[in-house]
Design a protein around this ligand. Structure first.
Ligand code: SF4
Length: 419
């Protein structure tokens, strides 16, 4: 047993009740974007046109990853981000939600957000997407100025943004949509004095407030490595606001939005009362979340796990995930894996864990395994834990529902000096 094995920590708090799904497809890459994105071209769509086969193949992978996840309690928040998730058809969105429902269940009143880009959907698609179960939309508006939108490399224009916002507003007033959010980017490159930049930004906020989104996300432009903007900056052709002007823009934002009734509940997020994003809060509260898809970050029990960012690497990673692995000669499941990770991931899977491999990987003797089994005997007797040959597993649904109690006892035993 190693020193690190001795420093095992119990899972902090309850299992995740939130999930993030990454939909990496975009029509093209914006000039400032370094997200995990697969550009498909301007005519791409979920079910027709170039790119549809690529989307369909990726969705199969995503469904597989969801199906392989350890079971957990019903989800209270789901967030489909990207990329441009509004490139998916309503049917594809509905199938993903059905997969989550099968794996975890969706809690009554769950907040289900989908990111939508203007010009990537129309009113009918919006209605169908809401009918599929989405009840919150995050609209990637970014700016009301066509010159700014063009300079950011965005595909949509002001008229697209106004039209999309109008549909969302009507859907909310009709009760078909619980809430929606508008994204804007602050500190975009533009010519002119600091005073001119402040005036333009004030105008952007005017237009945003006039649309009445219940939630606003205001992001500072950051020049990321590897982007078109980084190359422009290196050439000296990216006129960004200086630090003083940037601070002024932030102050203007806070003042204007506070006056309009928006509470500033997180660094980039503002909401009218009752419209703070429950999913956003999960990221910052320390509660864990599931993450699925290329480039997604998961953090069940606060342990961050980033998925690979390319299609090929994600496919290979997914292939390497154990479905119901059998012991392999010379190594296998559990070997080289920290004990607590093995327990958390393995014992929460319906197929359980192969305890013979666990014993081998962590230097447990036959006597120690017997001691552990005696320690967990009350769970076995009450039907929560089943030992089937070398495989130990929690029963479904009783054992999985009370998995935290079993895991805690198991780790208590592991850390006990006299075991
Ligand atoms: S639409 Fe969003 S995710 Fe796609 S390239 Fe532009 S900024 Fe990146």
């Amino acid at each position: 047993m190693t020193a690190s094995d001795r420093t095992l920590k119990l899972p902090a708090g309850p299992p995740p009740r939130s999930a993030y799904l990454h939909i990496p497809f975009c029509h093209r890459r914006c000039f400032y974007c370094d997200f995990a994105v697969v550009p498909l071209g301007d005519r791409a769509d979920g079910q027709a046109g170039p790119g549809s086969a690529s989307i369909a193949a990726y969705l199969l992978q995503l469904h597989r990853e969801i199906a392989q996840a350890p079971p957990g309690p019903p989800l209270s928040t789901v967030y489909l981000g990207g990329g441009t998730p509004s490139m998916l058809t309503a049917g594809q969105v509905g199938e993903l939600l059905a997969a989550l429902r099968r794996r975890f269940g969706l809690a009554p009143g769950a907040e289900i957000t989908l990111e939508m880009d203007p010009a990537s959907f129309d009113r009918l698609r919006l209605e169908a997407t809401l009918a599929a179960g989405v009840n919150r939309v995050s609209l990637g508006g970014q700016s009301f100025d066509d010159h700014v939108l063009a300079s950011l490399g965005r595909r949509h224009r002001r008229s697209d943004l106004l039209e999309a916002a109008g549909w969302l507003d009507r859907a909310r007033r009709c009760g078909d949509l619980d809430s929606w959010s508008l994204d804007l980017i602050q500190g975009v490159p533009q010519e002119g004095s600091g005073a001119a930049m402040r005036e333009r930004w004030d105008g952007e906020l005017d237009q945003a407030i006039a649309l009445g989104p219940p939630h606003l996300s205001i992001y500072d432009l950051i020049v990321e490595p590897g982007t078109v903007f980084e190359r422009l900056r290196q050439r000296g052709s990216l006129p960004l606001p200086d630090d003083d002007t940037g601070a002024d823009l932030m102050e203007i934002t806070q003042g204007r939005l506070a006056a309009a009734g928006y509470g500033h509940y997180e660094v980039s997020n503002y909401a009218l009362p009752g419209h703070a994003s429950r999913h956003n809060r999960v990221y910052w509260s320390g509660a864990g979340w599931w993450g699925f898809g290329l480039g997604a970050t998961a953090a069940p029990w606060g342990r961050r796990q980033a998925r690979p960012r390319t299609r090929e690497a994600y496919g290979a990673w997914l292939e390497a995930q154990p479905a119901a692995p059998e012991p392999a000669a010379g190594g296998g499941e559990g070997e080289g894996m920290p004990f607590d990770e093995l327990m958390l991931v393995g014992l929460r899977r319906r197929e359980g864990v192969p305890m013979d491999q666990l014993a081998r990987a962590h230097g447990l003797s036959v006597q120690a395994l017997g001691s552990l089994r005696r320690h967990l005997a009350p769970f076995e007797e009450s039907g929560l834990l089943r030992v089937e040959g070398p495989r130990w597993r929690l029963t479904d649904p009783a054992g999985l529902a009370l998995s935290n109690a079993v895991l805690r006892e198991l780790l208590v035993w592991w850390e006990s000096p006299g075991r």
